[in-house]
Design a protein around this ligand. Sequence first.
Ligand SMILES: C[S@@+](CC[C@H](N)C(=O)[O-])C[C@H]1O[C@@H](n2cnc3c(N)ncnc32)[C@H](O)[C@@H]1O
Length: 251
Amino acid sequence: MDRSSERGISTKEYLKAENEIYNLYKSSAINENEILENLNLFTTVQHKKREIFFYEIYKKIIGMPGSIIQFGVRWGRELALFEMLRTIFEPFNHSRSIYGFDTFTGYPKIKKKDQTKLIKTGGLAVSKNYEKYLNKLLKVREQLNPLPQTQKFNLIKGSVENTLEPFLEKNKHQYFAMVHLDLNISSSTKFVIQKIKNRLFKGSIVIVDETCHPEFSGEMSAIIEELGDIKLRFKRIPHINSTWQSYFEVE
Ligand SMILES: C[S@@+](CC[C@H](N)C(=O)[O-])C[C@H]1O[C@@H](n2cnc3c(N)ncnc32)[C@H](O)[C@@H]1O
């Protein structure tokens, strides 16, 4: 399987080693009923760091009200992680909803100014009807938690340009403690910031997935254009920060 096409700037050697790990996973000799608890064998440092980063960020929002909203879900690994972190840190806080926005068909129609080598309409599409599978999986995961009867996540399918305003209108009570911006596209990110900025409060954390990224400069430029006049203090978490992620707190 070619895993290189979506990996941007990873080296050939890195991708080769990743592929080998993947092949070893496929041919794993672990008992089937023990595979899930042994997945760390196949997780790379890059991916683990990403999880630890979110772990550190989650700790910062525990004392705050507000929900978690993610723009750019793809296969949903972070929605599952947010759900795990909520269960660990605040198992009975059913007010901490988790929202995930995605087309689930990849990048929508890309404006010319947003196009890059790696951003094309339909890029990063997931499998057909994947959101149904993800919805089911997240529902089952909730059965492992306290308060399994209360659904605390929501997937919002469609382009944010169409879905975000109706969502905010319908959820006038929702303010956000944590926002994860991972759409990669400048104009969509800009749109999101314009629409949600009055749903943030002092201390809300905004995570930018691609900060100063040579191939995906759109998120950063959108933020600077939209919020630059409030002099943002972008931060990283030493040692565990993945290369391009950063965050800022609303001040
Ligand atoms: C980089 S991926 C997200 C990856 C995910 N956060 C993760 O780390 O696994 C970007 C996602 O944003 C979605 N996307 C991009 N522009 C969008 C838009 N305008 N509306 C909705 N989804 C969009 C794409 O479909 C894609 O799944």
